[in-house]
Design a binder for this molecule. Structure first.
Ligand SMILES: O=C(O)C(=O)CO
Length: 337
């Protein structure tokens, strides 16, 4: 057990059996407190992360609590050394991790899905509303003194009720979004994933698995809720946009690179699709001069999907438990593979 090992391995200096790097100075206290019971914590202070500091401090650690989206690759694993036996990110997405490198070295990896489902889903609903009801364009009307509500057709948007909502990726986050949108009286849910979800979930969420072309053609709203992988990168390109309804709204809370952003810009600019609501972009940070930000029909947020106080604390808690489990040679609380 962890405690047994803890007693056996106690170091003279701190009395703690394991050394763990925490790669970010702002990790919530809830996570640090859990680690502290059994581990000596070595924390990276720089922000944005100074790679040199990270590479220096990771030398000789037993575990790594990966607090940000800093690249986790062979370089850092080499710097850490062969004793490293437990790593967890504090994120759902692990696209910044070189998974084959970790697997090759037999290092278990944890991440923190599930606890952020509701926070991200709430934000996605916000983007569905903001994009369909033209928040960006509407706000500009006030700023530019163009308040013209004497027109009856001023700033008319798309309804959510009776719509078909299509999900590209239908895991915990996608399902939480669907559950919320059913409260807006949508007509049906379509989804495209590699694996079909459980029948009971399909029934509860009025969801039907379809192929990608059907998803594009039939959806009034398309929500991207998949991880970024070699298979999903750039899938939403001009070809895809040309198969969508002209009234369609695209929402992306997954990863920016799943969308070809130049193609999206063209599709929005030419009104080939109605609007987009994006919490994730390519790149991040997005330059303030990016052409995407000049569009009236794009609502763009700076990747704040999981950014609530409670969710961050829960992510830190899960990540800390993942690291401790790995150190104890037990299965991670939420393993990434
Ligand atoms: O957890 C993730 O993957 C996010 O993008 C938000 O932190």
């Amino acid at each position: 057990s962890l405690l047994h090992r803890a007693k056996k391995n106690q170091t003279m200096s701190t009395g703690k059996p394991f050394k763990v790097i925490v790669t970010h100075p702002e990790v919530p206290q809830e996570g640090l407190d859990i680690l502290k019971e059994h581990c000596e914590i070595i924390q990276v202070n720089s922000l944005p992360t100074n790679r040199a500091e990270l590479l220096e401090k990771i030398k000789g650690v037993d575990g790594a609590f990966w607090g940000g989206h800093e690249k986790l690759n062979a370089e850092v694993l080499d710097a850490a050394g062969p004793q490293l036996k437990s790593v967890s990110t504090m994120s759902a997405g692990i696209d910044f991790v070189d998974v084959p490198e970790l697997k090759k070295r037999g290092i278990p990896l944890g991440h923190t899905p599930t606890v952020l489902n509701t926070a991200v889903a709430d934000l996605a609903v916000g983007l569905v509303i903001a994009a369909s009801r033209r928040f960006q364009e509407a706000r500009k009307k006030i700023d530019t003194d163009n308040w013209e509500n004497y027109h009856l057709n001023w700033l008319l948007g798309q309804d959510i009720r009776d719509s078909t909502v299509g999900f590209y990726g239908f895991g915990g986050i996608g399902q939480a979004i669907a559950k919320r949108l059913l409260g807006f009286d949508i007509d049906q849910v379509l989804y495209t994933t590699r694996r079909r979800v459980h029948k009971e979930i399909e029934e509860e969420l009025k969801a039907k698995k379809v192929d990608f072309d059907t998803l594009l053609a039939q959806s009034d709203f398309i929500v991207i809720a998949s991880p970024l992988t070699a298979d999903t990168q750039g899938v939403f390109n001009a070809t895809a946009f040309n198969k969508m309804k002209e009234t369609a709204i695209l929402v992306n809370i997954g990863r920016g690179k799943i969308v070809n952003q130049d193609d999206l810009y063209e599709a929005l600019k030419s009104n080939r699709i109605f609007a987009a609501g994006l919490d994730v972009t390519d790149p991040e940070p997005l330059a303030p001069t990016d052409k995407l930000l000049t569009l009236d029909n794009a609502v763009v947020l700076p990747h704040i999907g999981s950014a609530t106080k409670r969710t961050r604390a829960e992510m830190a808690t899960i990540a800390a438990h993942n690291v401790l489990r790995g150190l104890a040679g037990e299965p991670m609380f939420s393993p990434a593979y």
